[in-house]
Write a protein that binds this ligand. Structure first.
Ligand code: 9L3
Ligand code: MG
Length: 133
């Protein structure tokens, strides 16, 4: 897979779960997204597979090792030219810390998923993802 697909930049994000809870991350940048919550992840680099990108992004942003599970069916539009794709991911080692681009992390139980202000694209992505956890 390449970094672009049908002329869209692909952003991969992880529905990272551990012991029945899902990790939500609060963005600290850019200013227009700061304070909103997301499934952590980022842009594919040229020539990188989506799963590799996801593992790399979660390592860079959270300092953890993860194992991608299945792709959550669907694709959600972001800003013009960008689309979001989501994978489930299992925590292998480490305790997530907000190392990059986030200022707070929260493990949410299923009945707490609505307790944070998700980014617009992440809301439907999350709904699709939780059915597969
Ligand atoms: N984005 C939206 N939801 C997400 C992620 C990981 C990213 N779950 C948006 C925010 C940025 C763009 O995608 O506009 C690129 O993300 P990043 O590389 O800044 O994390
Ligand atoms: Mg990111």
């Amino acid at each position: 897979m390449t970094d672009r697909n049908a002329d869209h930049v692909v952003v991969v994000a992880g529905a990272l779960y551990d012991r029945g809870r899902l990790l939500a991350a609060r963005r600290s940048a850019p200013p227009e997204l700061a304070g909103r919550w997301e499934l952590p992840g980022g842009k594919l680099e040229p020539g990188e597979s989506a799963e590799k990108a996801l593992v790399r992004e979660l390592r860079e942003e959270l300092g953890v090792e993860t194992e991608p599970g299945e792709r959550v069916p669907g694709e959600w539009p972001l800003k013009p030219g960008y689309v979001l794709r989501v994978w489930t991911a299992r925590l292998l080692s480490g305790e997530p810390r907000p190392l990059e681009d986030h200022d707070e992390l929260r493990w949410l139980a299923r009945d707490e998923l609505d307790s944070v202000d998700w980014l617009d694209a992440d809301r439907p992505a999350l709904a699709a993802a939780v059915e597969r956890l």
